[in-house]
Design a protein around this ligand. Structure first.
Ligand code: G3D
Ligand code: MG
Length: 167
């Protein structure tokens, strides 16, 4: 069967749950030393897509989410990105459009999936659906609400990105 390889990245402020979402989704993380010199971790996950296999090479920031230091190497060549905020922290909301615009500058055709993570922390939620709609206004008409803790919508997030990339 044919295998297609695609690079994707996780974007979002520190501690929103990027690494946890990847851990939920993949079994295999590459040797952490492999890309540590450029401040990223990489994982691979194979998806069965009807008549072919899709290998996602998933890039994750190894700390250092400071927006200004995210180098073009992290974003270059990415077919898409999952851009994450933490539903319990209002201050993580604005990063969604910031990262989307940064990625699109480098890679205009990149597919984007937006995620509000930590939906399991219902009582601590401070970012509403209305907030997300306003923030994403011109960028996207959908987003997913996920929990890396319970697994809610995690697979769906990656599959949606695959659908957008291959659509
Ligand atoms: P980052 O990679 O974006 O920096 P991490 O974020 O994946 O390291 O997650 C940051 C913290 O949030 C971790 O807690 C992690 O367990 C927690 N977390 C991530 N996703 C969820 C979620 O969906 N629900 C809940 N309740 N917690 C989540 P610690 O305490 O280990 O720092
Ligand atoms: Mg992380």
């Amino acid at each position: 069967m044919k295998t297609i390889q695609k690079k994707i990245c996780l974007l979002g402020d520190f501690s929103v749950g990027k690494t946890s979402l990847i851990r939920r989704f993949v079994e295999e993380r590459f040797d952490e030393k492999y890309l540590s010199t450029i401040g990223v971790h990489m994982s691979r996950k194979r998806l069965e897509r009807g008549d072919h296999l899709l290998d996602f090479f998933i890039w994750d920031l190894a700390g250092g989410e400071d927006f200004d230091v995210i180098g073009p190497n992290y974003l270059r060549g990415a077919a898409g990105a999952i851009i994450v905020c933490d539903l319990t922290r209002q201050d993580t909301l604005a990063a969604l459009s910031k990262y989307a615009n940064r990625l699109r500058e480098i890679n205009p055709k990149a597919a984007l999936v937006f995620v509000g993570n930590k939906i399991d922390l219902v009582d601590e939620r401070t970012i509403s659906d209305a907030d997300l709609v306003v923030e994403l206004d011109s960028l996207a008409n959908t987003y997913l609400l996920t929990s890396a803790k319970t697994g809610e919508n995690v697979d769906q997030t990656f599959v949606r990105l695959a659908d957008l990339i291959e659509g």
